[in-house]
Structure formats: C-alpha cells, structure tokens
Design a protein around this ligand. Sequence first.
Ligand SMILES: Nc1nc2c(c(=O)[nH]1)N[C@H]1C(S)=C(S)[C@@H](COP(=O)(O)O)O[C@H]1N2
Ligand SMILES: [Mo]
Length: 312
Amino acid sequence: MLIKFPADVLPSEITPQKIFEQRREFLRLAAGATAGLLLPAAQAAPVATSLAVASKSSFSTNESLTPNQHVTSYNNYYEFGSGKEDPAPIAGKMRTTPWAVTLDGLVRKPKILAIEDIMRLAPLEERIYRLRCVEGWSMVIPWVGFPLSVLLKQVEPLSSAKYVEFYTDVQPEAMPGVRQRLIDFPYVEGLRLDEANHPLAIACVGLYGAVLPNQNGAPIRIVVPWKYGFKSAKSIVLVRFTDQEPRTAWMKAGPQEYGFYSNVNPEVDHRRWSQATERRLGEFLKRKTRLFNGYADQVSQLYAGMDLRKNF
Ligand SMILES: Nc1nc2c(c(=O)[nH]1)N[C@H]1C(S)=C(S)[C@@H](COP(=O)(O)O)O[C@H]1N2
Ligand SMILES: [Mo]
C-alpha cells in the first residue's frame, strides 16, 4: 500500500500509526465475527491462564530459576514508567484482547494474524533462558513459546529483506510512560534476519507455564537470550521486514550508549554500567557475565569477522 506523507514527517514516524489503525479495524471486524467467544475488553486483574506446553526444549539451561515473583514485579517496560516497580501494578490496564500482529514490508505475503492463530502455528515449548539487562541484573526464566523463525516464515520474506523490526503497541490511556514521552514510542527493536531466524530466538507467549503477565509483554513478545534484555521487545503488534539497519528506540534515545547489535559482552562496557559482572535477581553475590550471555557456542558464528567493539 502507498501512503503519502507530509514532507516534514519521516515515513518511519507515521507508518506504524497507519498500521495501528489497520490493525484496529481488523480487530473490530474479528470481534464482530466471534463476539461470543471473546473476553470482555475491560477485564479485571488478569488471571494466570495456564498454557499447554508440549515439550521442554533441549536449549534450556539447568541453572536455578529466578522466582516468579521477581520475574513479574521487577520489570523494564518504559511504556509504564522508568522505574522497575512501575509496570506491575498498572500494566493490567493494557488491553490485550483482542490482539493481532501485522507482518509486512519486504515480504511476498503480508498478513495480519490474530493471536489465537499465532498460538497455533507451532507446539509451545518451555525454554529456560538467561536474560541479562544492560543495567546489570539478570534472571533465569522458564519462557513459553516457539521459534521466532516459524512466525517470520508465514509471510515469505523476500531475498531483499535483511532486517526485521518489532513494534510494541501504543495505548496512551493505559501507558503513563507514553503520555510522558519518556522515550520515542512506539518502542521499536530490530534484528538482522539471520539473528531473528536463529533457533534460540523465540516468539514468547508465556512464562512459568501460564500466559505472559502484561508487565512481561502480553500477549506476545520476543526473547533473544544472547542480547541485552532491551532487544526482547514486548507486546508486539507489528513485524516489518526491511533492507536497512533499523533505528531502534534505544538507539534514538542514546546513540552513544546503545548500538544496534547489543550482544551481551563483558568486555564492552556501556557508558554508565560495567558489563563485566551481573547480579541474579534474588541472589546476593555478583557473577561474571559471559560472552553472548553464555550462548557463544550457538551464536558466535553469526558475528564471524565482525569487530564487536565497533558493532556494540
Ligand atoms: N516495549 C518494551 N519492551 C521492552 C522494554 C520496554 O521498555 N518496552 N524494556 C526492555 C528491557 S530494557 C528489558 S531488560 C526487558 C525486560 O523484560 P522482563 O520485564 O520480562 O524481564 O524487556 C525489554 N522489552
Ligand atoms: Mo534492560
């Protein structure tokens, strides 16, 4: 589809808006078709609906799990504020039903997929992964999801597609951080397509055997365990294939501090936080941070020949 922009507005700023409108229309129609099946939009505090998990993935770590209570109460989700404790008490106001994800850009078959159909694309697996925040804390979480590559191939990316962008929903009524413009929303993250198709990268719909709590990115987020936590975008509504390296939300907020790659690397410090050590939530002593968050055997070939200091 061709959309005309005023000369002073960057297409990248306005296109998601248009997409969000299309998506809203899709959801309106979907809601009409299946009205009896849908939950009321203004649901009270969401219950932790359990998920049918088909298998435990062999990619899982056997390290001790971070207690669910930490995982769901200490969050970075700037749409709900900049404090770690801001999201949990208020994220329940975000509307997650009905939900759809638009997949477009350099693809043969652009699609809008309802979350119910996405959940049926592949058997759900439990993946126990480490996730490390650039700020120096880390967690071990039993995520529930399926390979991200399964979702991406639904739209048949063109050979010209080299990158993929992930956009979070914008619900100003429910999101004080959006109203305060803490950073540039919609939140956008991106990966090189070969990174996104790596078997460790997942489309995630749950944790601890239940649907994702809103503060962790309901109803669908990505999890990329060898990169800093911020690459794992939450509550995704748009997946766009491009031939240009995406300008992500954090790159826009601080280009000196946040690079595109953002691979966990103890030798390349962030401007404000050392990356040499980390503290597991719920633990006292610090641990040494490992290259690619301990997933080097699986992912280092993606970066063969690249200078990881330049491509931070
Ligand atoms: N939309 C959105 N996604 C986001 C963020 C955010 O602020 N907004 N924060 C990121 C950061 S910095 C981290 S560390 C992880 C935290 O995920 P968790 O709260 O499930 O542990 O989410 C990432 N995804
Ligand atoms: Mo983070």
